[in-house]
Design a protein around this ligand. Structure first.
Ligand code: CO
Length: 290
């Protein structure tokens, strides 16, 4: 059921990430920055980390809070141990995904479980609608084998982290933003077509090789923001040489976005409240180790 895309979207602009560091000195590239939150609503952030140098990741992300949105961590290579204030613990590794709904608040840590070798992955932040921002926290680890995958035409391997592609339901579904999150592994000379609702904001991030979208070459480590348009029914990616890319899309919430670091709410007053609640220890208390 390869649904055709008759009027594919074009690339509106290419974005180069900014090198930065977060946590305890983890070097990463912030691709989706705060200035793009409106344009790419409901997505708030995309970070890429990829290095063979343990000094770039060894500090990891010690205890820190979140409120008001969801974090989706997708690991291409490496191992990261996750613990949170809800008592959850998991090991995120090669090809696995962790989906965490911070809701009214979690405190968590993400620490590497390796001191050598390659660490590579992505963290995407997905906003919650105002009415769900204080929902109960939720968390799940998906090992690589638990992430639905299929081989599309031309031998394109599609991992469906969220949403639905060519009749294959992803690991996670979310109303009301209906996010689509695909990891595409494209052999040389392949093309992949994905229908998208015209209302969804969408982008592609290339992390191996180069892909072409309409007339635009999208080089490695670039994000292509896809243009919207009522007459556009999807996107088509072409790879002349082997390439890997993330395709992310979601329905915008159209609500105000107030962010202070790890808190994303709709008003400044809610941000102040989040800071008071966190400082007063009102985020779920951390489970002590058994
Ligand atoms: Co975090």
């Amino acid at each position: 059921m390869n649904m055709p895309v008759r009027h594919p979207r074009e690339v509106e602009r290419l974005v180069t990430g900014h090198a930065t560091s977060d946590g305890a000195g983890v070097r990463l590239t912030r691709i989706l920055t705060q200035s793009l939150q409106r344009r790419l609503d409901p997505f708030l952030m995309l970070d890429a980390f990829g290095t063979d140098n343990p000094e770039d990741y060894i500090g990891g992300f010690p205890d820190h809070p979140h409120r008001g949105f969801e974090t989706i961590t997708y690991m291409i290579a490496g191992r990261m141990r996750h613990r949170d204030s809800g008592g959850h613990e998991g090991l995120l590794q090669n090809g696995g995904m962790q989906w965490m709904t911070a809701g009214r608040g979690v405190v968590h840590s993400e620490l590497p479980e390796q001191d050598e070798g390659r660490m590579e992955g992505f963290q995407l932040w997905l906003n919650l609608p105002a009415r769900d921002k204080l929902c109960a926290p939720w968390y799940r680890d998906f090992q690589a084998a638990d992430i639905p995958a299929f081989t599309a035409a031309d031998g394109v391997l599609v991992r469906v982290l969220a949403g639905e592609s060519h009749g294959v339901a992803g690991a996670v579904q979310r109303e009301p933003t209906r996010p689509l999150y695909l990891d595409l592994e494209m052999p040389a000379g392949s093309a992949f077509a994905q229908p998208l609702p015209p209302t969804h904001n969408a982008f592609v991030y290339v992390y191996r090789g180069t892909v072409r979208i309409a007339e635009t070459e999208v080089p490695v480590q670039r994000m292509a923001i896809l243009g919207n348009g009522a007459d556009r029914d999807g996107v088509v990616l072409h790879a002349q040489q082997p390439a890997r890319a993330l395709l992310v899309a979601g329905m915008p919430l159209g609500e105000p976005i107030a962010q202070y670091g790890p808190f994303v709410m709709t008003t400044e007053e809610e941000i102040m409240q989040a800071m008071r609640d966190y400082q007063a220890g009102r985020f779920t208390s951390r489970h002590s180790p058994e």
